[in-house]
Design a binder for this molecule. Structure first.
Ligand SMILES: [Zn+2]
Ligand SMILES: [Zn+2]
Length: 419
């Protein structure tokens, strides 16, 4: 029998000599000029530092920020979709000479993109801010994009192919796991934005045992976070995948991260500050953060802050950091053990990479309880396959990625076991 990572209970019973735990705020999915983002990595990092983040993984597509790259300044400016101060002007104003390195070529002026190892020393401060090397492994199968965040990687992962969507997910996750073992450096992976181009179904993700995390919220406005009339949104994908994992595939449930996936930094759509994770760790160091993430000791947020998350003796307890004038509704969601497992096969429109998808009964991801206010307690009855909590606040998201978005928070699945 595998039991859930009962992180929170363990924390409470930790010996008195243990280091106190802190909540660290971070984002593990962001783009820069190193791939298809439109600002310099040091400028993007500066945004996160000045907006209260503790750690950041700049995750460009299939590249690490580790080599000599010069870029034409005209190409830099073309990425910007707004008028006003140019990207170069802003870069020079913030960092000035000699940090900004430029050179005249025959027909253009070029600027050098700083490597992670160069700019991290400008920003890192013990206990306050940490940069973690990351990559968005951007693979595909047929027309399905298969994007995987690889966090704390040491060497670039070249996307691998395979014979099915699940095969490709598995191959790329294994490549990171192999590197992790070979180098003895802890890493995590998260499967990104399943509904991007309607690429991944809950079943595609459910059957990959190597998978541990996925994006329950991604701030990019084009990733179909809420689904549409034919396809379910990211939260329902989570519940379907976890129900299948616990019953059919006999593997632990996925944990959910929230990320920005920001590409634009000049006031356009796709800007940063939309989704993040809060990790409960003893130190602001990559190994400690990765360890806490693997133990499930974190929650995902698009604005809601929790002062406490605890699962002990079958009781889930949350304390929300309530803001004045804001109301909070927490739903305790899960699937009953005796759920109605019937499905209906539905034909998909042409924009879908799947000809058909399965529709599940209302038992999958049902609401066991709905609680108003900042204190939430739920005692499991023993009839739940798993439970998780999702908090929705009445406060509009200051930088929404979909209409009428309010701030939310998502805790990890607990109260599950595999027989
Ligand atoms: Zn992506
Ligand atoms: Zn991305």
């Amino acid at each position: 029998m595998i039991r859930p990572f009962c992180c929170f209970a363990l924390l409470l019973t930790a010996p008195a000599s243990a280091e106190p735990l802190h909540w660290y705020k971070g984002n593990t999915h962001t783009h820069t000029l190193w791939s298809d983002g439109n600002d310099f990595p040091d400028m993007v990092t500066d945004w996160y530092v000045t907006h209260g983040y503790n750690f950041l993984g700049l995750s460009d597509h299939n590249i690490l920020q580790a080599k000599e790259v010069w870029m034409a300044e005209t190409s830099v400016e073309k990425r910007r979709k707004t008028l006003g101060k140019t990207t170069m002007e802003k870069y020079r104003t913030r960092f000035g000479s000699p940090w900004v390195e430029e050179r005249e070529m025959d027909d253009s002026k070029e600027v050098r993109l700083k490597k992670l190892e160069e700019y991290r020393k400008l920003f890192e401060k013990p206990g306050q801010f940490l940069l973690v090397q990351a990559e968005e492994i951007s693979a595909k199968f047929d027309k399905s994009p298969i994007h995987i965040g690889a966090v704390n990687v040491a060497e670039v992962i070249t996307p691998l192919t395979g014979d099915s969507i699940s095969d490709v997910i598995r191959a790329n996750l294994r490549a990171v796991m192999d590197q992790e073992q070979r180098l003895g450096q802890p890493m995590i992976t998260h499967v990104n934005h399943p509904n991007f181009r309607w690429g991944l179904s809950a079943e595609d993700m459910a059957q990959v045992a190597e998978e541990k995390f996925f994006e329950v919220y991604n701030g990019h406005p084009s990733i179909h976070h809420l689904g549409d009339e034919n396809r379910v949104g990211d939260e329902a994908i989570w519940d379907i995948a976890n129900t299948l994992r616990l019953t059919k595939f006999k593997t632990p449930p996925l944990m959910g991260v929230a990320t920005d996936d920001s590409h634009h930094y000049h006031g356009e759509e796709g800007s940063p500050g939309r989704g993040w994770i809060m990790v409960h760790a003893d130190k602001l160091e990559a190994n400690a953060l990765i360890g806490a993430l693997k133990a499930g000791d974190f929650y995902a947020s698009s604005g809601v802050t929790l002062d406490e998350v605890e699962f002990r003796d079958g009781k889930l307890h949350l304390r929300i950091h309530a803001e004045p004038g804001v109301t909070y509704t927490t739903k305790v969601v899960g699937t009953p053990k005796d759920f109605d497992a019937s499905t209906t096969e539905v034909t998909m429109p042409e924009d879908d990479t799947h000809k058909t998808r399965l529709r599940y009964s209302a038992d999958v991801g049902k609401t066991f309880a709905s609680v108003e206010g900042p204190e939430v307690s739920y005692q499991v009855t023993g009839k739940e396959l798993y439970i998780r909590a999702v908090i929705t606040s009445s406060k509009p998201h200051p930088n929404p990625s979909y209409p009428d978005q309010t701030e939310m928070g998502w805790t990890q699945p607990v109260a599950w076991e595999i027989h």
